[in-house]
Design a protein around this ligand. Sequence first.
Ligand code: NAD
Length: 341
Amino acid sequence: MEEKKLGWAVVGLGKFATEQLIPAFSDCKHSKLVALVSGSPEKAERLAAEYGLEAQNIYNYQNYDTLKDNPAVDVIYIVLPNSLHAEYTVRGAQAGKHIMCEKPMATSVEDCQQMIAACQKAGKKLMIGYRAQYETYNLKAIELIRNGKIGKLKLITSDHGRPLKPDQPEDKWRADKKLAGGGSLMDIGIYSLQATRYLTGEEPIEISAMKSSTPGDPRFKEVEENINFTLRFPSGVLANCSSSYGFFEVKRFQAFGSEGTLTLDPATDYDEHNLTLKTDAGTEEIKLNGNNHFAAEIDHFSVCILENKTPKTPGEEGLQDIKLMMAIYEAAEKGQPVKVG
Ligand code: NAD
């Protein structure tokens, strides 16, 4: 395929956008950064100078809709706090642009449905930034399980945790339910949930859950600290997952099969992945050439647009996680299992 590069605008120049996504464009073959949208002109100007962008391609939240008049921009990447994803996706689609939106897709099922509808109406594509599904080690784990390397899959455990630090700008809004939509589940427990879905290739049919927050901890006035959930899949596979804003950096999963165990720990780190396969033959550490999975997901969307294909993680994938996370919250509130699907 001819190496045409689509033009991308990044909306929200926070920690993730500036430290991971924007630098990743230098590793892209089909995507180039051409515009920035920010509430801070100083930050946008500094980054525009650093990445060689034209000053006329700096936008703010007020003139965002005028992106429609900029033919250099094909795709808008929304990297804002969670509850703002819906508004900026809808406005971006109305401006005639394809939309990549960060996880979690939104903070309600209704918002996800509006986002999908707006993109459909505009004839534009929508993708959710589930980077793990474009990352080499996670893809290898899926392949090994599908190829029966651990026999018949029985159980997945997945744990994601990190301490919430609301004194840091990127965590301030995460403690605010209006902006975050929920606590650790919406932010990092979603990785545990995603892993169970892409490792099994199935959708859960029943969920039970329990949540807790340390009494008196001011960080958790509005959002949950811990939530543990169990999923039942149609094949009989069970998954035990945890999500925490209390415990120290954990981003891992394990898949237990009738003939082996696969461990990826860390599984969803930005750049460190340790994959181990334990069978009767012994314990094997699997070393791969890791990829820049930020660049991989960005390029995947550009290629889908260029070839008019549906991305691997479209809006419907994001909607499914939001539905399941709402069911996890419901199960935790009720103290009873909830049927889904
Ligand atoms: P951040 O706080 O560092 O960045 C958010 C940006 O939005 C900031 O530049 C902030 O100024 C701007 N903003 C605009 N309106 C705002 C408002 N009303 N309140 C607060 N901020 C506002 O956060 P982040 O960690 O970069 O997260 C941004 C998004 O990216 C979130 O949806 C998060 O879930 C997602 N994210 C994804 C990954 C991943 O690995 N895929 C990692 C981190 C964050």
